[in-house]
Design a protein around this ligand. Structure first.
Ligand code: IVH
Length: 789
């Protein structure tokens, strides 16, 4: 037993603390501790107060429901107070509640010879939002109010009217003249994610969770803001009502539903406590898949007369209880921040935490993603932090509890040198581009510049290189790779191919058979496709899909290695950032050496498969307009680039154009911008280099003159394939274009006609498969003659 003076001190302290949290939660919508911690403090106070009833005062947080209303809204008095619910955390709590209900109703519990009387309960999810009262008079919505302190709330009528699922007029008939419905306003998870993304885009305030977002959105003085937020209402009961609606809770909710009031789709009737426990388990299992956050379920005695007989305690009814789920958020201490080095050298902060149980699992580490996240959280070592672990999701540090920051808290500093290899750690600014133009910074990453000289990066690089979707070398587990790197048996992926039998058999876990097997697996991996090889190199941001696109489109490692960033952006889904990553990867001399060693017949002897001609799609995608757009000429968008291409047809002509010519293509401002841009030698050279590379890759600008109305083949797309004997391909193309047709490199359902010479292959096959008209060269010449060509 605590002695009375210690208890008094603690009570005063707890009340002050709880009052502070109440204010932050209910008034500011900025709670600084998780609900579970609040509940614990609350229960500690309750326990002390029941031990010393003489110390209970009317102002104690245990005697109130929430904090005062914000003065900026009008006040609303609740005729019938809006109360709260008692909590059950364990199965036993719920059984105790059921027993007290049985006792209160004078029912006999079950004995050995009879099933006893089972109470019927309505079961509903406990939505995690804000309690709201909606008052309908003669079927019209006349007022909306928050709970406030339970007896006085805020008038938020204009705001609730903006909530899409709140009926402004009741449907059907027979509703009481006065009907006050009560329920929860909440924000569905998807809407919350969208809202936060939108807020981040416009540099607005982001919310820690859907509940805070709902609170922040509902209590806006400007209802237009509320209207723009994805709020929903769900009714779970009534307040003041003239007349009776139904004799049961479920019947009442069903009736309200018939009048157009939204109620929970999960509403169920359960007979007896066991059925309630089943409901609790079922919803708990589906909790993550629900469209909204819930923090438990609510059980209410179904019979309304029974509810009245059971009555209320100070702040909670005797006839209902909230059965809470284990908390997904907990408090713990940040002991340290360590730095991990990933495959691409990214140095990532990891939180080392004082172990704490969150939703049933002990959590001791959490990733902090990057230093921007550390800055956003304002994290210091020694801080008390809120950890969240929802379902199977990896634990996350949500927030710092500033009030609990110790005096000796230390800042989190990015190391200047790599914790693994000691190389310099470099900061790269990430730039977000919108519509191809640089706009604003998207944060930064820190990278160890050690590349494969860094043990951590080398290990990860090898693990990736041998993985199933890359070089697919079986029998090389992570542990073996670690050993190979630690014992300096390999310093690059190329060294894998020169490993000797004696070196392998000395590794942990290897014997004769397994060593030979590994050697065989390494030998078997020597003929990868180009795409696999590119993927295996582990270029930052180049996943399997991008590797496939690179392999398929450029069809030679040489072209991939040489490709300028702008040229790479012709590939589907390759943006300028990824293009730069690819380009700088191949520009790096160490990478060049490793690749050369891998491909050299004297060393590793890899032979890449599936190399060949540049793909037709790639050639077809290369347009002058596209290239001009990629140059990012200030104030010239895709439309302007197209106009330039239409007018000048070749890059040379664009570069040679004088001001008058330019003005014929573009308005004055853009015309000036283009001339200024190309007046900078580096820009003109860059454009020429891109064009030269595309040509070296075997590509030519397509004439992009707009379809000229009135020309005989306007709007048609033709494909030339196989070898043409009567006229050259270039001439055939020119003639078709002069008739208004477009000449494409590949066949699709949109192709109008295919001219197939001898040796035509896949394009011809595709044309007949799609039912596209095919003619031979003789027919083609005749057709041209028909147009006087
Ligand atoms: S019944 C007298 N039913 O939980 C009974 N409340 O801790 C009053 N809540 O203030 C509440 N879902 O904001 C009830 N299905 C539900 C609920 C629910 C969420 C909230 C409500 C209430 C708080 C009580």
């Amino acid at each position: 037993m605590t002695d009375a003076s210690t208890a008094t001190q603690r009570i005063v302290q707890l009340r002050a603390e709880l009052d502070g949290h109440n204010y932050r939660y209910h008034v500011l919508d900025q709670p600084s501790i998780p609900d579970a911690e609040y509940d614990r403090l609350f229960r500690e106070l309750q326990a002390l107060e029941s031990q010393y009833p003489q110390l209970v005062t009317p102002e104690s947080p245990t005697q109130r429901v929430g904090a005062e209303a914000l003065s900026a809204f009008g006040e609303v008095r609740h005729e019938i107070p809006m109360l709260s619910l008692g909590n059950a955390f364990e199965e036993e709590d719920l059984r105790a509640f059921d027993r007290s209900v049985q006792a209160g109703l004078g029912l006999k519990g079950g004995d050995l010879f009879g099933a006893g009387v089972e109470v019927e309960y309505s079961c509903e999810p406990k939505l995690d939002g804000l309690a709201v009262s909606l008052r309908y008079e003669n079927g019209q919505l006349v007022r909306g109010a928050t709970r406030g302190d339970g007896s006085t709330g805020e008038d938020i009528s204009s705001n609730v009217r903006t909530i899409r699922n709140v009926p402004l007029k009741l449907q059907g008939e027979g509703w009481p003249q006065i009907l006050e419905v009560r329920g929860e306003v909440f924000m569905p998870k998807a809407g919350f994610e969208e809202l936060n993304a939108r807020q981040a885009e416009s540099a607005g305030k982001t919310f820690a969770n859907p509940r805070n977002a709902a609170a922040g959105s509902l209590r806006q003085l400007d209802p237009k803001i509320t209207a723009s937020r994805p709020l929903e209402f769900c009714c779970y009961g009534v307040g003041q009502v003239s007349g009776e609606i139904s004799s049961t809770q479920v019947g009442m909710l069903e009736q309200l539903k018939a009048w157009g009031i939204p109620i929970s789709r999960e509403l169920k009737l359960a007979k007896g406590v066991q059925a309630c426990l089943d409901y609790y388990r079922d919803i708990g299992e589906r909790r993550m898949a629900l469209a909204y956050d819930i923090d438990g379920v609510v059980f209410k005695v179904n019979n309304i007369e029974d509810q009245q007989q059971l009555g209320f305690r100070a702040r909670t009814p005797h006839w209902a209880i909230a059965n809470k789920f284990p908390a997904q958020e907990e408090l713990t201490e940040l002991l340290d921040v360590e730095f991990q080095v990933g495959r691409t050298g990214a140095v990532t902060p990891v939180a080392r935490l004082k172990p704490v149980k969150v939703a049933g699992v002990i959590v001791a580490n959490a990733t902090l993603h990057n230093m921007d996240e550390v800055a956003r959280l304002g994290l210091m070592i020694g801080d008390t932090v809120i950890i969240r672990r929802a379902g199977d999701v990896i634990p996350q540090v949500m927030q710092v509890v500033l009030e609990r920051r110790p005096a000796d808290a230390k800042p989190v500093l990015i190391p200047e040198s790599c914790p693994v290899c000691g190389s310099h750690v470099e900061r790269t600014q990430l730039v977000k581009r919108s519509k191809g133009k640089e706009t604003f910074s998207e944060g930064s990453v820190y990278r160890c510049v050690g590349r494969l000289a860094c043990g951590a990066q080398l290990k990860q690089a090898i693990i990736h290189f041998v993985s199933r979707r890359a070089m697919d070398i079986e029998g090389l587990g992570d542990k073996t790779i670690e050993q190979l790197v630690d014992e300096a048996l390999i310093t690059s992926p190329a060294d894998l191919y020169t490993l000797a039998y004696e070196q392998i058999i000395n590794l942990e876990g290897f014997a004769e058979v397994s060593s030979n097997k590994l050697l065989q697996a390494i030998a078997d991996s020597k003929k990868p496709t180009l795409a696999r090889f590119i993927y295996a190199l582990g270029i930052p941001d180049v996943g399997e899909e991008t590797a496939k696109v690179l392999g398929r489109s450029l069809a030679s490692l040489e072209r991939v290695q040489q490709a300028l960033p702008e040229v790479l952006t012709y590939l589907p889904d390759v943006g300028l950032e990824v293009a730069h990553e690819i380009h700088s990867f191949f520009a790096d001399s160490h990478n060049q050496q490793v690749i050369a060693a891998l491909l050299s017949s004297d060393e590793c002897g890899l032979q890449l498969q599936e190399q060949g001609e540049l793909s037709a799609e790639f050639s077809a995608s290369a347009t002058l307009a596209g290239m001009l757009d990629k140059l990012n000429i200030p104030s010239v968008g895709p439309g302007g680039a197209q106009k330039l291409a239409d007018k000048f047809v070749s890059l040379d002509a664009v570069l040679a154009a004088d001001w008058l010519d330019m003005r014929q293509a573009l308005p004055e401002k853009q015309a000036n911008a283009v001339r200024e841009f190309f007046a900078v030698t580096a820009n003109a050279e860059r454009a020429r280099a891109i064009e030269a590379q595309l040509k070296a890759f075997g590509m030519h600008w397509h004439s992009e003159k707009k379809v000229v109305e009135g020309l005989p083949l306007a709007g048609q797309t033709w494909v030339l394939t196989g070898s043409l004997e009567i006229m050259s391909r270039d001439i055939a193309k020119e003639k078709l274009e002069s008739l208004g047709a477009k000449v494409a490199g590949s066949v699709s359902a949109k192709t109008s006609c295919v001219v197939a010479g001898p040796g035509a292959g896949s394009k011809l096959a595709k044309a007949s498969e799609l039912g596209v008209r095919v003619i031979d060269e003789a027919q083609f010449v005749l057709a041209l003659a028909g147009y006087g060509l």
